[in-house]
Design a protein around this ligand. Structure first.
Ligand SMILES: NC(=O)c1ccc[n+]([C@@H]2O[C@H](COP(=O)([O-])OP(=O)(O)OC[C@H]3O[C@@H](n4cnc5c(N)ncnc54)[C@H](O)[C@@H]3O)[C@@H](O)[C@H]2O)c1
Length: 358
């Protein structure tokens, strides 16, 4: 009997449902080709649900989602709703309450013409960013005093715990070792100015001693942004804090071709984890069938890799890479000349022919 994977699907807002529809078509097809089953359950949460019911994420739905093997998320956010309300109530709730402490972001260029940098090839842009996903300023310890007056004080605490820092650093060392590319791990921080990051420096050194085969490297976040543009080939695996990772990975998305291809995993190893395109709901393109579904397709590939379906994951990646290299999908923006559905069709048609290890 083939294996079955239970997937919670939160398509969300804006372009979310359109791109997730394509992701699910591809998921079903690779399951048929590679011999596993998928039980997908959709949760129609997001702006429409909130406007109708005033519910953001009902407890019963949360309990169900928690019991699945993985979660596929489209995008959350709608201009009709107060900024951050749904994003915090749905995405942040999942990240914090499921303790998804790793945000894994592959930065991989599949075809040279998609890179805005001069003379950079797919060999040059191929690294992994491991972003801490549960602490930092995002822990929500904030407040306003004398709000709306000339004397207003606004504060938000940056939180790092030894446990939180150590587990994500350890994950990154393991990943650099498994990846086996150049076996280098770069710590990106701002310990010269944010002195609390000394905890990162010390933990990185201490944990790093257990990984003598991995070269330890370091860059301050400002310099890391510069290297990301000037010499992306210097990076193999990168570990960083929540806020710096948030910023660095959007910059990194641009050198791999844009938000139309960039995917991420929100992971707690061994537990239910969440996979999503890194883009948001792009409200201006909602309902127009013009958004690139490839970031979601790559999120599906990451999810399958996590679930142990490595052949199916490789099949999706190889198919997308081939379509981009051949320019059958010429670009990753809304101006590709192909609709969201047509891009899905192209991927679907090509899956069977992908060269993947037996
Ligand atoms: N994880 C998430 O669900 C998530 C992430 C980021 C932003 N958001 C939310 O999404 C809403 C819109 O945010 P934003 O405009 O800052 O970011 P966005 O990522 O939605 O869009 C930024 C721009 O990128 C382009 N783009 C994004 N995805 C694309 C795709 N698949 N194909 C083609 N072009 C694409 C569009 O030009 C778009 O205007 C906000 O409510 C925000 O809070 C949600």
């Amino acid at each position: 009997m083939s294996k079955e994977h239970a997937i919670a699907v939160l398509a969300g807002d804006g372009i979310g449902p359109e791109v997730v529809r394509q992701g699910l078509r591809i998921l079903e097809r690779v399951a048929a080709i590679d011999g596993f089953r998928v039980r997908a359950t959709s949760y129609p949460l997001g702006a429409e649900h909130y406007l109708k019911t005033k519910e953001i994420f009902p407890d019963a739905a949360f309990r169900e989602v928690k019991d699945q093997d993985a979660i596929l998320l489209g995008a959350i956010g709608d201009p009709r709703i107060e900024v951050g309300l749904l994003e915090f109530g749905i995405i942040a709730k999942l990240r914090f309450e499921l303790d998804l402490f790793v945000n894994l972001r592959p930065v991989k260029l599949y075809a040279e013409h998609l890179c805005p940098l001069k003379n950079k090839t797919p060999e040059d842009v191929d690294f992994l960013v491991v972003r801490e996903n549960t602490e930092d300023a995002y822990a929500g310890m904030r407040g306003f005093f004398k709000k709306g007056t000339p004397d207003e004080v606004a504060t938000q605490e940056i939180i790092f715990t030894r446990k939180g820092v150590e587990r994500v650093i350890r994950y990154a060392f393991d990943l650099a070792r498994r990846r086996g590319r150049t076996k280098k791990l770069t710590l990106v921080d701002k310990a010269n100015a944010v002195r609390a990051m000394d905890l990162w420096t010390r933990t990185f050194e201490e944990v790093g001693r257990e990984y003598p085969d991995i070269t330890r490297d370091h860059a301050y976040i400002d310099a890391a942004c510069m290297w990301c543009v000037k010499n992306p080939e210097w990076f193999d695996t990168v570990v960083t804090s929540n806020m710096f990772g948030d910023i660095l990975t959007d910059l990194a998305a641009m050198i791999q071709g844009g938000l139309g291809i960039a995917a991420s995993g929100n992971i707690h190893p061994g537990r239910v984890s969440l996979f999503e395109p890194i883009h948001g709901s792009a409200p201006k393109y909602a309902g127009q069938n013009v958004a690139s579904p490839l970031a979601t397709v790559m999120a599906v590939a990451m999810m399958l890799e996590y679930l142990g379906e490595t052949r199916a994951a490789a099949r999706i990646e190889e198919t997308v890479a081939g379509l981009l290299r051949s320019k059958r999908i010429p670009s990753l923006g809304s101006d590709s000349g192909l609709s969201t559905t047509q891009i899905g069709d192209l991927v679907l048609e090509s899956l069977e022919r992908a060269k993947v290890p037996a």
